[in-house]
Design a protein around this ligand. Structure first.
Ligand code: MGP
Ligand code: SAH
Length: 252
């Protein structure tokens, strides 16, 4: 979790309705940037500019905190994850503000959304209501690793913290950089629930290590790796395992 959490609600002020809002400075009058009007820090301003890519219904009252802004899965990619999940019961083990959980709920029978941060679950619940899917999601505040032994599901979805927006400063993002535990440990805990695992990872992730995950199981799990683009921008990599994947691993 990050300490500088700022609660933001689009209904506070609609910058498009008030584009010329100004504030006074010592030197006179300056134009306030719209994202400042919404309380979004400079650190996440670039995500605010892409807000409709993150949530197409953003203007209807979507709420996020700082970590939510830079972690939420863009709606088109989350929708793709849901299409590929095949339905049934899906556990979103690190649900954040609900970007994935909402799309799973739109296509699947039942979603369990877990986050260790109570504020995230509050925002996810608010956001699910906006999309009309709150009745299909069980929201749980808790530590995935403690809850895992008690969970059953058809598919497990993993989008853990990548260590903040500086993840892309690594040329090769190795799985030990994932939080709150390394990628191998996260995967092994998930595998005890089901081999049908979908994992959303940084675009600079070490693909050889991702393939290695499928060999943690005997016989090795099917695996498929997908690049996720928004327009021409590569946003992340999705690894599909077990029944959600379409081929055997090729690691030699
Ligand atoms: P980004 O690279 O920080 O943004 O995150 P962008 O706009 O591609 O920046 P650019 O300037 O490098 O082009 C891209 C996407 O990765 C985000 O929209 C999130 O979906 C996802 N993402 C980023 N972070 C830091 C995390 C994270 O910590 N956890 C998860 N699960 N997803 C993240
Ligand atoms: N896919 C989400 C974003 C996930 S960000 C979306 O689209 O909105 C990763 C989340 O993992 C953060 O919200 C963080 O609070 C949560 N998290 C970190 N450690 C956790 C743990 N041990 N158990 C459950 N959630 C955890």
């Amino acid at each position: 979790m990050f300490s500088e959490e700022i609660e933001i609600g689009s209904q506070v002020t609609n910058p498009r309705a008030n584009p010329k809002k100004r504030e006074r400075t010592k030197s006179g009058v300056k134009t306030v940037k719209p994202f400042a009007v919404e309380g979004v820090s400079q650190r996440v301003a670039k995500y605010w500019h892409n807000r409709y890519t993150l949530f197409t219904r953003y203007d209807e009252g979507i709420k996020m905190d700082e970590e939510g802004w830079f972690s939420v899965t863009p709606e088109d990619i989350a929708s793709r994850h849901a299409e590929r999940s095949g339905g049934g019961t899906v556990i979103d083990c690190f649900s954040g503000v609900g970007g994935n959980a909402i799309q799973f709920a739109k296509m699947c029978f039942h979603v369990v959304a877990i986050d260790i941060d109570p504020k995230k679950i509050g925002f996810a619940s608010n956001n699910a209501k906006i999309y009309g899917v709150e009745d299909y999601i069980d929201f749980i505040i808790g530590d995935f690793f403690q809850l895992a032994p008690f969970l059953k599901a058809d598919v497990v979805f993993l989008a853990p913290p990548w260590g903040g927006p500086t993840y892309n400063t690594f040329e090769n993002f190795t799985l030990d950089l994932l939080k709150p535990k390394d990628g191998y440990s996260i995967f092994q805990v998930a595998q005890r629930i089901t081999p049908n695992i979908i994992m959303f990872l940084p675009r600079n992730v070490d693909l050889r290590q991702v393939e290695e995950l499928s060999w943690l199981s005997s016989p090795p799990l099917n695996i498929e790796i997908e690049e996720n683009y928004i327009g021409s921008y590569l946003k992340g990599i999705t690894a599909y395992f077990g029944n959600t994947a379409s081929r055997l691993p090729t690691l030699s």
